[in-house]
Structure formats: C-alpha cells, structure tokens
Design a protein around this ligand. Structure first.
Ligand code: NAP
Length: 242
C-alpha cells in the first residue's frame, strides 16, 4: 500500500485530507505539533477504511525532527508516495504594528516547515523515482490580505517553491502542485469576528465558506493518476472569491 504523509493532520483541513487519502486506499501518517490525542483520533478514523494509519508528533519547522520522522516512516512503512504540506499557523496583525517574532514564526512554520519536508521527502522520492507532493497555500498568497503580511509572504513563497520543485523533480516522475484554499470552516477561521466572516461571505460567489472535505477533494485529485501530467500548478479552491 502506498504511504501518504499529511503534516498538520490533527485538525481541520489536514484531518479531512488524511481521511480522504485513507478512503482512497493510502496508509497515512498524521503529523501534528502538539494535539497528539486529536491526531490519534484521526488515525483511528482512517483505520476504519482498512488502511494503516499512525499519528506522529514533530515540529515541521525543525529540520532535524523532520529527518528523524521521515527516516522512521521509511523504515516502518516505506518511502512516502504522497506528501501533503498542510501544517500552518496564523499570527495576524497590520504590518506597521507587526512584531518581528510574529513575522518570523509564520515564515518558519508555514514556509520553512514546508521546505524542510519538501527537501527531505523529495530526495527520498527522487531515489524511488515516484511521488506526489501537494502544498497547501492560500488565496492570501495570491491576492494579498490586510493584516496578513507574514502569512501572505509564506503562502506566496510556497507557490514559488511548488513551481521550482516541480522543475527540479519532474524528470524523476514526481509531481509538485499547490492548492490555494479560500475561507474554509476550521479552527483557523473560527477565531475571526462575525463581521469579518459576513464581509468575507459577500466576496464569495457561492456565498459560503468551504468545507475541509472540499479541499481534500482537490488534494486527492493531485495525488491521483488523473493528474499524472499536471505539475507546478496552483489550484484555487475558494468558491469563487478571487
Ligand atoms: P488548523 O485547523 O489551525 O490546523 C493547523 C494544523 O497544523 C494542526 O494540525 C496543527 O497541529 C498543525 N501545525 C501547526 N504548527 C505546526 C508545526 N510547527 N508542526 C507540525 N504541525 C503544525 O488549520 P486549517 O484551517 O486546517 O489550515 C490547514 C492549512 O490550510 C494551513 O496551512 C492553512 O494556512 C491553510 N489554509 C487554511 C484556510 C482556512 O480558511 N482555514 C485557508 C487557506 C489556507 P496541532 O493540532 O498539534 O496544533
């Protein structure tokens, strides 16, 4: 059975992706930063599809921890066939008031974290001469968003990394694509005020926030053979917002 690694799989979009990939027949590794119990519950739900699923805690921004985790995954389950770089945080604030630490933390986790996994898992996949990498960017990285200069920089950076890695890994049979979600109902958007949410809905053609499963469907497509000749692309899944 092919192995899929989903970073930030304990909640929200990552949990939906892990469950969708399990449903599609992948053995799944569900990574989290701290909510191990939640990741264990997602793994349990994945196992109901008859696949192997394990929860693993490590910080994606720590290169050595990523290496240790991937070496263990390779030893226990095999070289990952699918990598989904989904782990991410927000630390919003207007640029003029943003603290250096707010900027650095978001870049370190959302961009450097994805790079760590991309570099380490990408080189394993190169030796295996196969693989599918999907990076979870954001419409904020394409259109910009007030109060999110750190997040927008990271998510735009992720699109640049997607295009570059696609060019570097393509001859080894590896595709690298990105999904750019709009507003999706998760813990990340639950913290937004009602006025912001209502204002956002007015900008969305479909008039509602997306569900995590709707992002998982796009990821499942990029992971599938149906997307075998697509690489370096970013698919916007935002209900018609940007
Ligand atoms: P979420 O509900 O806040 O979940 C974030 C996930 O990332 C959790 O599993 C969390 O683990 C994990 N994580 C955070 N820091 C980590 C680290 N250093 N190492 C490993 N894992 C870490 O977020 P979400 O809304 O599902 O978002 C998932 C991805 O989609 C993010 O990249 C986000 O930027 C992107 N996105 C979301 C939206 C949206 O509207 N929700 C829109 C566009 C893009 P713990 O549970 O252990 O904390």
């Amino acid at each position: 059975m092919s192995v899929a690694v989903v970073t930030g799989g304990s909640r929200g979009i990552g949990a939906a992706i892990a469950k969708r990939l399990a449903k599609d027949g992948y053995d799944v590794v569900i990574n989290c930063a701290s909510s191990v119990e939640k990741a264990e519950n997602v793994a349990k739900e994945c196992r109901e599809f008859g696949v192997k699923a394990v929860a693993m805690q490590w910080d994606v921004s720590d290169h050595a921890a990523c290496k240790q985790a991937l070496d263990k995954i390779k030893e226990d389950m095999g070289v990952p066939y699918v990598l989904v770089n989904n782990a991410g945080i927000t630390k919003d604030g207007l640029m003029v008031r943003m603290k250096e630490e707010q900027f650095d933390d978001v870049i370190r986790i959302n961009l450097k974290g994805a790079y760590n996994m991309l570099q380490l898992c990408g080189s394993m996949m190169m030796r295996a001469k196969q693989g599918k990498i999907i990076n979870i960017s954001s419409v904020s990285g394409i259109a910009g968003n007030m109060g999110q200069i750190n997040y927008c920089a990271a998510k735009a950076g992720l699109i640049g990394m997607t295009k570059t890695a696609a060019k570097e890994l393509g001859t080894r049979g590896i595709t690298v694509n990105a999904v750019a979600p709009g507003f999706i109902d998760t813990d990340m958007t639950a913290v937004l005020g009602d006025d912001i949410k209502e204002g956002a809905k007015k900008q969305i053609a479909l008039g509602r926030f997306g569900k995590p499963e709707e992002i998982a469907a796009a990821v499942a497509f990029f992971a599938s053979d149906e997307a075998s000749f697509i690489t370096g692309q970013t698919l916007v899944v935002d209900g018609g917002m940007i």
